[in-house]
Design a protein around this ligand. Structure first.
Ligand SMILES: C[S@@+](CC[C@H](N)C(=O)[O-])C[C@H]1O[C@@H](n2cnc3c(N)ncnc32)[C@H](O)[C@@H]1O
Length: 261
């Protein structure tokens, strides 16, 4: 398959969208093409028709491809400096308003959601916090529900906090029951979701829209801003930015933290 050829790439995207609902045309093309080309080179598949029939007939192969195109890298307390601000500044402020409804958008296998659940116990022990994690990748959502993490996942976690939220299990850590009751995980495609206006007090959308083409990234930030109540916060990844915060009704509090006006 010569995915470099425009027709092949577009045809492939259309096929995959029909098969799975995932729309690759909204992602950054050079990156995506590179991943697809490597995937098919390793499989020795050169014809588009062969690629299609294999994807149609072999669910394990389809899963493997999806695994390759969704980058699921995550970690507990990923970018610890952000968590410090969320714990000491955002959560106490948000809790003054009542229940904190949080959304981890593009949650992968749940590290972000369980980190938030843990620091909520420390920052606002009497506060009510509910956390929804969503991801397009159904296998990640199944994993997130188990709340299991490796030692590598816990590498950047502050030890004392880790022990608040997690029990030692063979080969790693498991989120305690108190955390699992605060969190729920659902499959969802950010490109299709239309969250209710003002439904959340805190949205974490880190290292996810970074894979999307620029216009769709801005559109998604707009939808996320819309899903925040006034005074709520959007937290993005440390290498990301919101293009025109004011136009979305957001003010920048920190390079990666935006407050809904
Ligand atoms: C790199 S992980 C980020 C995980 C976590 N937010 C963090 O920062 O550690 C990106 C996640 O975005 C998910 N993703 C990609 N496209 C998506 C889409 N259209 N809708 C929802 N999730 C998507 C991937 O499946 C992946 O789990």
């Amino acid at each position: 398959m010569t995915l470099a050829a425009v027709d092949d790439y577009v045809e492939f995207c259309l096929f995959l969208r029909r098969l799975t609902g995932i729309d690759l045309t909204q992602y950054k093309r050079p990156q995506m093409e590179r991943r697809l080309r490597t995937f098919y080179a390793n499989k020795g598949i050169t014809l588009l028709t062969d690629a299609f029939s294999r994807l149609r007939s072999d669910p394990a192969h389809l899963e493997e491809l999806l695994d390759r195109i969704t980058i699921n890298v995550s970690q507990l307390w990923r970018n610890p400096e952000q968590w410090e601000i969320i714990q000491t500044k955002l959560l106490p402020e948000l809790a003054e308003h009542g229940q904190v409804r949080a959304w981890s958008a593009g949650c992968s296998y749940g590290a972000e959601a369980y980190t938030l659940a843990t620091i909520s116990h420390v920052a606002i022990p009497k506060g009510r916090v509910s956390i929804t994690g969503t991801d397009i990748d159904k296998r990640m959502i199944e994993r997130a529900r188990l709340g299991l993490f490796s030692d590598e996942d816990a590498r950047t976690a502050p030890e004392a906090l880790l022990k608040v939220g997690f029990d030692r299990v063979e080969g790693g850590w498991r989120a305690k029951l108190k955390l699992r009751t605060m969190t729920r995980f659902d499959t969802g495609d950010l490109l299709q979701m239309r969250p209710q206006q003002g439904a959340f007090d805190l949205i974490l959308c880190r290292n996810t829209v970074i894979y999307f083409a620029e216009p769709i990234r801005d559109e998604l930030h707009l939808r996320l801003a819309d899903a925040l109540r006034p005074g709520g916060y959007l937290v993005i990844g440390s290498t990301e930015r919101v293009s025109s915060p004011a136009a979305l009704g957001l003010s920048m509090k920190d390079p990666f933290i935006y407050r809904k006006l």
